[in-house]
Design a protein around this ligand. Structure first.
Ligand code: SF4
Length: 302
């Protein structure tokens, strides 16, 4: 019979729980005010929809920066997301007369503190994703912070002084280690502060430790960087098939049919109810062999 492994840890990290609690508290305390999130509070459409039910609107456009999105908010309360925010956007929001509620993750704020201090005396090479709100927020703290997304980008980074190499919190451990080595080849005296957060690290390490697994199912949103990384890590770990699904509704029988051992995990922004539903469904399929998906995904915000 097919075995279904619940990969531990998975799901919400402390930063996401804190961001959601902040949003819920704001909605409860200000029922008559307009509340808008600057972007998706965390990268999960189910979470965003549940927040909308609480009366929280959001502005989002992957082609627009946080600063451009802020132009769409003219009144009330603005909530900054878990991904962190630049000083420029915060100042602009305050200048517009908006009430600011900051749901930035403490781990992202720690990276901000680190780079802010370093740019007083040197340059920062920041490994991150282009057009991701976390890297956008960090890189826009100073002109001395240089975003690279891959080792080859180092070819264009000449003449830096007193270099610190650091990174986005949700990157792949393996890819980041390779890029850091490339940076050190060019700047051997650089200091390194690898800032992948412990939640991301533990979720990736749990996938790397999986043995004899035919397939990994990652429950997460296509825009969630840490969910995408879990899928990529599965291939690095020698697992031949790995799928990213938003919820049980995206499962297809071909993904799991004739497999002996399937593992299920989820990104840090995925509600645990969605992952539990996938595990329960697959376990019941393993016993019955009947493929009949539920009508809706089970979503509990917290
Ligand atoms: S994944 Fe890490 S950095 Fe991002 S919100 Fe969670 S704890 Fe914070």
């Amino acid at each position: 019979m097919m075995e279904v492994i619940n990969v531990v840890p998975h799901g919400y990290c402390q930063g996401v729980i804190r961001a959601i609690q902040t949003a819920v508290k704001t909605a409860n305390e200000h029922p008559d005010e307009k509340i808008t999130m600057l972007g998706m509070i965390v990268h999960n459409q189910y979470v965003v929809r549940e927040c909308e039910k609480l009366g929280i609107g959001f502005v989002e456009d992957p082609k627009k920066t946080r600063e451009e999105l802020l132009d769409l908010i003219d009144e009330g309360i603005v909530i900054f997301t878990a991904h962190g925010i630049s000083d420029r956007v915060r100042e602009k929001a305050e200048a517009k007369g908006l009430t600011v509620v900051d749901a930035s993750c403490p781990d992202v704020i720690r990276t901000h503190t680190l780079v802010r201090e370093h740019v007083k005396t040197g340059d920062v090479i920041y490994i991150g994703k282009k057009n991701h709100p976390e890297s956008e927020g960090t890189v826009s703290l100073s002109d001395r912070i240089h975003l690279i997304t891959k080792a080859e980008d180092m070819n264009d980074l000449d003449g830096l002084e007193n270099v610190l190499i650091t990174c986005q919190t949700t990157l792949s451990l393996n890819d980041t280690a390779e890029i850091i080595s490339a940076c050190l080849k060019k700047y051997p005296d650089a200091k390194v502060a690898e800032e992948i957060c412990s939640a991301t690290r533990m979720r990736q390490e749990a996938v790397m430790k999986l043995k004899d697994t035919d397939c990994l199912i990652v429950v997460g949103d296509p825009r969630s960087n840490n969910s995408n990384q879990l899928r990529a890590i599965a291939f690095d770990a020698g697992i031949k098939e790995a799928y990213l699904i938003g919820s049980v509704l995206d499962l297809k029988e071909e993904m799991v049919k004739n497999k002996n051992r399937i593992a299920v995990t989820s990104g840090s922004s995925t509600p645990n109810s969605l992952t539990a539903q996938v595990i329960d469904y697959l376990r019941s399929y393993a016993v019955s062999g009947i493929w009949h998906l539920p009508d809706q995904a089970e979503i509990r915000l917290l």
